[in-house]
Write a new protein. Structure first.
Length: 338
């Protein structure tokens, strides 16, 4: 079956199974015609500067809040070229080590070390991780790709508790975290105030609005579920083409939504990998993710990621801000077993 047919069939099945889905998202119906106008102009256009300092971008807010950009000097085409170059740069950096470690001569962690770490950490933290999985707000089963991108964005550079605060606030303000028409029509200022409680509200509101603009500009609807039919590499390339989505957030979407089982490196995992000599000393988080994704056995990746996070939160020696001098119980037990 051709990919387009599979996508259409999946969309039909999803709509039949979930009649509330369209109402929840309030998917707009673009007006027909060659111009493919998204909405009627409801107010006078307001000229504003873009985030990179360009002048002359005119935004007209229409019914349903879908913005239509009118070219000024510098132009939207130039912005698209810049976004494309950024996406290409991110992709080239990641794809260079997509299937192999960037440090082929660095011998850790070995499969045996990973197995040992898994056993010890599961004994220490397995119950806490299982309890966390039972939390109804844990995003383990997000059915739609765009929704998973939004959750991944809100969880960037903050704790999961802060991300949940931001999402609860969005539910109160918009009725849903994923009420994209209402989010766009409300504008950036409203979104900033809504997610202020989650941290980095200005940056995240700008990125979220930018991603929604990119999605609508490319596809004309709030739906990226065609990524289910892509390979891991194809899905990574598509995800990383959105501004604000790097390898870590893309891996989160692959894991939470697409169920592809990559090994994601967050702040806790990165810190522990350094303390346990699972990465070179000055290795970046992006390269650490490539290294560990290539070296951690596939069957361990999903749960070991969460076990390491739990350990990073609770271990006196491994948690953030530790002043040193404390012993890591897990490390001591691993030394006895290896």
């Amino acid at each position: 079956m051709r990919r387009s047919a599979r996508i259409a069939q999946r969309a039909l099945q999803r709509d039949e199974a979930s009649p509330q889905s369209a109402a929840r998202r309030r998917l707009p119906t673009p007006e027909p015609g060659p111009s493919q106008k998204r909405a009627k102009v409801a107010q006078a256009p307001v000229e504003e500067s873009s985030s990179d300092g360009r002048e002359g971008v005119v935004r007209e807010e229409g019914e349903g809040g879908l913005a239509k950009k009118v070219e000024g000097e510098g132009g939207l085409a130039k912005k698209r070229v810049g976004d494309g170059r950024l996406a290409d740069k991110k992709w080239q950096a990641w794809s260079a080590h997509a299937t192999s470690s960037p440090f082929p001569d660095f011998g850790h962690p070995t499969p045996q070390e990973c197995e040992c770490a898994y056993r010890v950490l599961d004994d220490m933290h397995g119950a806490a991780v299982e309890e966390e999985f039972r939390d109804p707000e844990t995003p383990d089963c997000i059915p739609h790709v765009l929704d998973a991108i939004v959750v991944a964005l809100l969880s960037q550079a903050t704790s999961w508790n802060n991300a949940k605060r931001a999402m609860r606030s969005m539910k109160e303000e918009y009725g849903s975290v994923f009420a994209y028409d209402d989010i766009v029509s409300g504008g950036k200022s409203r979104l900033q105030e809504t997610i202020r409680c989650g941290g980095l509200h200005v940056r995240k509101s700008n990125l979220l609005m930018g991603i929604l603009e990119q999605v609508w500009d490319r596809i004309g609807k709030w739906d990226l579920d065609e990524l289910f039919d892509l390979t891991d590499e194809e899905a990574m390339k598509e995800l990383m083409s959105y501004k604000g989505i790097g390898p870590k957030s893309a891996f989160v979407v692959l894991s939470w939504c697409l169920k592809r089982n990559p090994f994601t490196v967050d702040t806790h995992v990165y810190r522990i990998a350094g303390l346990w000599s699972w990465r070179p000393k000055d290795c970046t988080r992006e390269l650490t993710q490539s290294h560990l994704n290539a070296t951690v056995p596939q069957k361990l990746k999903f749960k070991l990621h969460f076990l390491l996070i739990q350990h990073g939160r609770s271990c006196p020696a491994c948690r953030g801000g530790s002043k040193g001098g404390q012993k890591c119980e897990a490390r001591e037990r691993m030394k006895l077993e290896l």
